[in-house]
Design a protein around this ligand. Structure first.
Ligand SMILES: NC(=O)C[C@H](N)C(=O)O
Length: 325
């Protein structure tokens, strides 16, 4: 008889661990969710922290990455339960820093355990099946939500309250469905793409400071100089393909700090095509670095990781432009 598969279940908080608090003030993380029956699997549980995900910081992400690394030899699959608000940031940070061969799956829930439409157990069971699926290794950490399987680079929270809260361009890379057959449930995992090679970054600490600025019609650069003074690097959630009002051009040209251009638009790459003052072509000529298709908060984590590793602006530009992530 083969030994049972080993699953490490890592709880970090979020709605999937939340209930209405006894003082009546609203939902708070309390006890981790229970994994519904998985068959012949040995489960170990870990709880490095128990936080609502708006309280999760890059330092927590690093702690989590280290815990996962330490469990790697003892588990055939790892599942992380996490609040949904910053889940995509933790997933992307783990993507950057863990070996891609590790089958790590993040999930959460949009409803809490006392609601009729509690989606925690289903998502948790799906995540466990995906983590233990032999085809999962090599893809880096994944997000499983509502049966869809997402790549950490492209997944994003697309709805504040719906149960199908995750999406992102160009969509899921796979699907899990549980099918009831002959009195027992069978998990069917299907991937739509093959794993690809990717680098791994190993920051010892995350000491750099990177801030995000959000562009809007009529922005004259308020906050830019203060942020550039405080931070080691900036990310701007810019307009469309990476354009800004004209007042930003001299500010970007005049700063010595790396400035990465992402977009506040929900899908698509940064393309330096416009030549009017503040158009993407002029910003890139002034030194700005296009974030490719990463959203601003993921671009921030990549820039934070690179600067914490001591990368200079040319290296940052190479990583973003060649898509080395
Ligand atoms: N559905 C959730 O998990 C949202 C919650 N505010 C969190 O991110 O912790």
């Amino acid at each position: 008889m083969p030994a049972p598969a080993r699953l490490a279940l890592i709880h970090t908080g979020g709605t999937i661990a939340s209930r209405p608090s006894p003082d009546g003030r609203g939902l708070t993380p309390q006890s981790p969710p229970e994994l519904p029956g998985l068959g012949d699997v040995t489960v170990t549980e870990h709880q490095p922290f128990n936080l609502p995900s708006p309280h999760v910081t890059p330092a927590h992400m690093l702690t989590l990455a280290r815990l996962i690394g330490s469990l790697a030899g003892e588990a055939d699959g790892l599942v992380v339960t996490h609040g949904t608000d910053t889940l995509e940031e933790t997933a992307f940070f783990l993507h950057l820093t863990l070996p891609p061969e590790l089958p790590v799956v993040l999930t959460g829930s949009m409803r809490h355990a006392e609601e009729a439409s509690w989606d925690g157990p289903g998502n948790l069971l799906d995540a466990a099946h995906v983590a233990l699926c032999p085809e999962t290794a090599g893809r880096g950490p994944l997000v499983v939500f509502g049966g869809d399987i997402f790549d950490a680079r492209t997944v994003t929270k697309v709805h504040t309250s719906a149960v199908d809260a995750f999406g992102g361009y160009p969509g899921p890379i796979g699907r899990i469905d549980r099918v009831a057959l002959g009195g027992r449930e069978e998990a069917r995992v299907r991937y739509f793409a093959r794993p690809e090679l990717r680098p791994r970054y190993r920051p010892a600490a995350l000491e750099a400071r990177v801030e995000i600025l959000y562009a809007y019609a009529g922005w004259q650069g308020e906050g830019f100089s203060e942020a550039a003074e405080r931070a080691d690097g900036l990310v701007i959630a810019a307009l469309g393909t990476g354009n800004l009002p004209p007042e930003l051009l001299p500010l970007i040209a005049g700063t010595g700090k790396p400035v990465v251009l992402a977009t506040r638009t929900h899908a698509g790459p940064i393309l330096p095509v416009y030549g009017y003052p503040g158009g993407g072509a002029t910003l890139v000529e002034a030194g700005a670095i296009p974030a490719s298709f990463l959203n601003a908060h993921k671009a921030r984590l990549l820039l934070l990781t690179l600067l914490s590793l001591g990368a200079e602006r040319d290296e940052v530009r190479r990583v973003f432009s060649e898509g080395v992530f």
